[in-house]
Write a protein of this length. Structure first.
Length: 277
């Protein structure tokens, strides 16, 4: 099996739940203490061995590209001021050998369509998908845990999280044929996006995937689903007819930073941890 080296970050969403803050600032650039939200997810991917970050963006997300680029004027000013620690913060060593690629999603057609925009960059290989809204804190990281599962099984895997019944309709939800010897690993036999009633389980898809390139075959001709969008969960459901896919209940402290409540919880958690240290 080829090494998993590419990760797709769909970041073209408009972030309407955070208006007016996101009128001029991408939600992915909202700060969690002293780093933007997107940096936590990119750091997670790179630490798991990802070598190419593929951002699916739109015309309002230029600041993401600027953030991961060099700022010579700022660096020169910091050097003259003797602020070596600040230089390290904006010019991090772990990002130096990483390739950053940017692809525009011209129309907002949903997560599935966003992932499809990266198809020309993915060869015969597995690749990661990270939704930056979902901040997951753990070592090893959620992405590393999923990569380890793929290495063991040579099958696509979806990150799972147990969700209370009252919130399950906000997520993609899996059904599974059986569990395995590993109590955290499940063989999927179905998946549904935001079920209105009778969810098949309490296992929700939560922001991390390692999928094979085969997913693009199912995304290409997919019709709009929930909310009139091209849903990644619908493509996964079709792919299940031809390919076994696993779900993995990964370890980690999880925050849904796509909501104001989750965003505040993440800041509080990290601020408390920083103070205690």
């Amino acid at each position: 099996m080829k090494k998993i080296t590419k990760a797709v970050f769909p970041v073209a969403g408009l972030g309407t739940r955070f208006l007016p803050a996101t009128k001029a600032i991408p939600k992915e650039m909202l700060p969690i203490i002293d780093k933007p939200l997107i940096e936590y997810a990119v750091e997670e991917a790179v630490m798991a061995g990802i070598e190419e970050i593929i951002f699916i963006t739109n015309h309002t997300k230029r600041s993401i590209e600027d953030h991961f680029d060099k700022n010579f004027e700022l660096e020169e000013k910091l050097i003259k001021s003797g602020k070596k620690d600040a230089i390290k913060k904006i010019n991090r060593d772990i990002f130096q050998e990483v390739k950053f690629t940017y692809v525009r999603q011209k129309f907002q057609k949903g997560l599935g369509d966003a992932i499809l925009q990266a198809s020309h960059l993915i060869e015969d290989e597995y690749f990661a998908i990270l939704l930056a809204d979902d901040l997951i804190i753990n070592s090893p990281s959620a992405t590393q845990q999923l990569i380890n599962v793929v290495k063991e099984t040579n099958l696509s895997v979806i990150g799972l999280n147990k969700v209370p019944k009252e919130n399950i309709n906000k997520y993609g939800v899996i059904s599974f044929a059986d569990s395995t010897k590993n109590e955290k690993l499940f063989h999927l036999n179905g998946i549904i996006e935001k079920p209105e009633s009778n969810p098949p389980s309490d296992m929700a898809v939560f922001g991390r995937y390692i999928l094979s390139h085969h997913i693009f075959n199912y995304l290409k001709n997919l019709k709009p689903g929930v909310a009139g969008e091209i849903q990644l969960t619908d493509a996964i459901k079709l792919m299940l007819k031809d390919h076994q896919i696993n779900g993995y209940l990964y370890d980690g402290t999880k925050f849904d930073c796509g909501s104001k409540e989750g965003y505040i919880q993440a800041i509080t958690y990290l601020a408390t941890d920083m103070i205690l240290k």
